[in-house]
Design a protein around this ligand. Sequence first.
Ligand code: FES
Length: 643
Amino acid sequence: VKTAHVVFTPSGKHGDFPIGTPILQAARQLGVDIDSVCGGRGICGRCQVVPSVGDFSKFKIKSRAENLSEPSAPELRYKEKRGLKEGRRLGCSTFIEGDLVIDVPADSQVHKQVVRKRAEVRAIEINPITTLHYIEVEEPDMHHPSGDLERVQQALKEQWDITVDETDLHVLHTLQKNLRKGEWKVTAAIRNGHHLVYIWPGFHERAFGCAIDVGSTTMSVHLTDLRTGDVVTSVGAMNPQIRFGEDLMSRVSYVMMNPGGDAEMTAAVRETLGYLINQASTEAQVAPTEIMELVLVGNPIMHHLILGIDPTELGWAPFALATNQALRITAAELDLKGKTNPGARAFFLPCVAGHVGADAAAVVLAEGPQYRDEVTLVVDVGTNAEIVLGNKDRLLACSSPTGPALEGAQISSGQRAAPGAIERVRIDPTTLEPRFRVIGTDLWSDDPGFPDAVKKIGVTGICGSGIIEVLAEMFLAGVITEDGIIDGSLADRTDRIVPEGRTFSYILNRGEPEIRVTQADVRAIQLAKAALYAGAQLLIDKFGKPVERVVLAGAFGSHIDSKYAMVLGLIPDCPLDMVASVGNAAGTGARIALLNKKARNEIKEIVTHIEKIETAVEPRFQEHFVGAMAFPHKTAPFPNLAS
Ligand code: FES
């Protein structure tokens, strides 16, 4: 037989093939990564390739247009129905007629990389656990009696080399109808390469998943296309458990005081989850049956409550989890029947320790401190701060009871980061007059256009990043002493400082409502930041090396200005340009586990190696805590601040 030499780019894989071999088949034989749902029938269009024409001396071949067959009937049909970009060919319906260089564009690769916004983090490689496979099934025959499922399995084996050894019962409930409806052509959803979880009549090519972050305050669902990795829509809601208690411990006490309270909370949070998934799929016009996978992250208490496990043991030492392993359950077990595909599975990332949850594991997955040389401190600020420190040699983790002050709660004028919230503050050190900016406008309060700009939204309160800035600016302007006292002696210099009981307050905005910073506010932040700092310092002591890089995660972390975080001593000293605010890293970690099945094993493995530090039993925690009450710190030097 006459053969031709074919080179695939970008992989560089190459080989000799008989004239007339389909490009897709050649690619498969060489192990070139190229997608297909229809199995080479010219239906799905996933196998698109671009022939490169010219002299390729490094491959010692000349690739010419006529070395590729003319468009075949399936390709013409596809082109007419769905369109084909200039220069593109269907790999399954195009044949080798001579030497060729064939480029497989990124969108035709299964394992494409989703590049992330920040340059220093790894791209996400798409490698979903559920894959779709179109098959043509033999019709039943009196002479060769066999079941419909057996013939589906046979088709999967012959057409895709997939051996099915597990089938969900619900598949059988609709199998016979679906086969006949699709005229013996169906699409199978296969989990993990062997498990049949769903059958669509005819050709079906869309599959989605949800990355779910069950935070103490808010819950969010990111509906994601499992093929492209794109988040098609994100929705969020307040965690309904708030009505059982603002912070986590009060929710645990609710369970302790009210028999059956855990079931109530489980029902509430599951109901909200179902509602959010519904909202996301409606918004994005995705059918519930197209949602095949869920990945959940959350702190240990949320983890237990959403799974329907009594969290009481997490309320006292030694803070024993029911399990810290990763869990795989069905979506139906989370009461999501009808909201997702009946075969959908939910994966819960592993918890790190009794206080350090699956959300921290997700942050580690997203940020990858374990792959870096420099010592990275990752702080996820919520009602508890979850802190991870380390590098490629070692990872340590602890949690620290910061309370909700850093999220704007327990602050007299505190509010969530929403339009109307003060988020940026500057104070003139001479006049002590403030200027600020609120979420929802780009103007500063001393800009002539400001009153008009905030007419509708109003100036309603201070969010987490705003409280950090106003305190840091008050400290820099000398309004607050190192010990965190609002200096009343300045009252004769400015009418912004006013007595309030036996202490003083600073009026940040005169208006309706008046926004002031009270001594109690300063105390609440001092306690929170001291807890955060002490936790971080404890890990640094154990690690024995200074921090070289800080990553602030969480909704709070995404708005915070690193300079001000350091002025207050919220984080240990380190070069300012090495402090990054990364936003919802737990959500990103969940998305990685959703898109890449290997990442699930990776995080399971990493978590087993994380050294857990329990701050409650560490005597030095208290010592660090006391020192860290001062701004920025009583004893620790902050050389990077001076410069
Ligand atoms: Fe589906 Fe080529 S493999 S169109």
